[in-house]
Design a protein around this ligand. Sequence first.
Ligand code: ASP
Length: 582
Amino acid sequence: MYRSHNCGELRASHIDTEVTLSGWVQKSRDKGFIIWIDLRDRYGVTQLVFDEERTPKAVFSQAESLGREFVIQVKGTVIERASKNPNLPTGDIEVLVKELTVLNTSLLPPFTIEDQTDGGDELRMKYRYLDIRRNPVKNNLIFRHKVAQAVRNYLSSKDFIEVETPYLIKSTPEGARDFVVPSRMNEGQFYALPQSPQTFKQLLMVGGMDKYFQIVKCFRDEDLRADRQPEFTQIDCEMAFVEQEDILDTFEGLTRHLLKEINGVDVAKFPRMTYDDAMRQYGNDKPDIRFGMQFGELNEVSQHKDFNVFNTAELVVGIAIPGGNSLTRKEIDQLTDWLKRPQIGALGMVYVRCNDDGSYKSSVDKFYDETDLKQWAEITKAKTGDLICVLSGNTNKVRAQLSALRMEMATRLGLRKPNEFAPLWVVDFPLLEWDEDTKRFHAIHHPFTSPKPGQLELLDTNPSEVKANAYDLVLNGNEIGGGSIRIHDRATQAIMLKHLGFTDEQAKAQFGFLMDAFEFGAPPHGGIAFGLDRLVAILGGQETIRDFIAFPKNNSGRDVMIDAPAPLDDEQLKELHLKLNI
Ligand code: ASP
């Protein structure tokens, strides 16, 4: 038996008990005549004591030679500590060691296994198994497990069935490139790894499963933006005989349950916002509504003077930064430079100081008088002491730029509090989006999303006006879930694919199986998928999803620990028909 107890469980009530513990040497303090060792495992740390008088000589000298991260087993007696440590659950006791077995030695770890480590990101990833021994990473993994467990319990209690779907499939378009796997048995043919189990969960509805979920890996070969992983986990869900309202209700329930169970937070009914309103008020389809700073559109009150920049702009829009009037001229210039960086790309910024005496002072005083500025303040809801920041230009670009400024200022002002939760549903997304590169319409959600009732005809005349039965769940400025009510008949699906530029043959080759299934009594259905990695990070009050993934990949999609991806040898390539003539 390696252990009678773990390293986190001994208390004063165990005093005088004979115990066996196993774990890692966290640190040792050698005072010459007495040695203390902190023994660590997943459950905690227990102090071991070896002293010249009470510990057998051989054991004492063995203890002297132990290095950090050695794996040891000890037998001894639980005794009361002379100086107790109230910060440690096991801090009332220590174990006086009589027997010591070194189960394994360890090289000196390349970084310290402490809560605050001296290891940089790359090093920690290379030795991720050592990183996992550290509390912050370990606790994140345990936290993730708890969230996943709560999801499973909740959905199971609502009659959802977890069903596994295959990983070796055919392309399911979710807007990214596929990872592909060559087939050895079918020369020249490839599987695609699922970008999501979308088509399979719909087929499960045709199969009568009624309520499905799966905590499932998805694979998307995208250029990795910060904090994206090429493989990530979804809580994927689908329900039959539902309308949008049923889905919102069910998954608002799940989210509320998680916030309560995991964070102890009660959240009232989630607000709903249309996509158009989100864009107009926040410049963003995933608004962080923990704070205000809503957009005020200023076209009507700014395009009547000789200021050409505004007069020629499609949109003039501003936000009031609370207390922003305390910024110095230099700080405002720095903010303007920040907006002009290529990542954001604003051409410039007009600002208005809202002075304490109720007067206004703007960077465009030449063009606008007090009456104009007062109107701007009313529309942006600026108060005395605020700074109104105004951008202008192409609507989509300006909204994105001002949204970036809004988020940046909220971060600087400490308004994005990690333990405050403000979920909302964004609904009525457009169905299609024009893509300049391919000169085609793309499905904003995916090609299986149904248009709002009665809008199918609009597809021919005004495709970009068509709204979808699609919704996103947004939490603290992050899209944590998204889904839609699906098309469930062949004819509509065919029309949809036609508008997305598929020829009949292409549609049949790629999605024939789904359209065939629709002809065998497909029930009305819809669903949603949550990004588990991000959800867990947000509930954990943290920013980076990588910290909640046991073995994540770096920004170039590499696993630096196992060194993947890697080349294949010629034999294997030949077998896979990827290299001929060798
Ligand atoms: N398959 C979709 C996605 O991955 C979610 C859904 O529509 O249910 O975003």
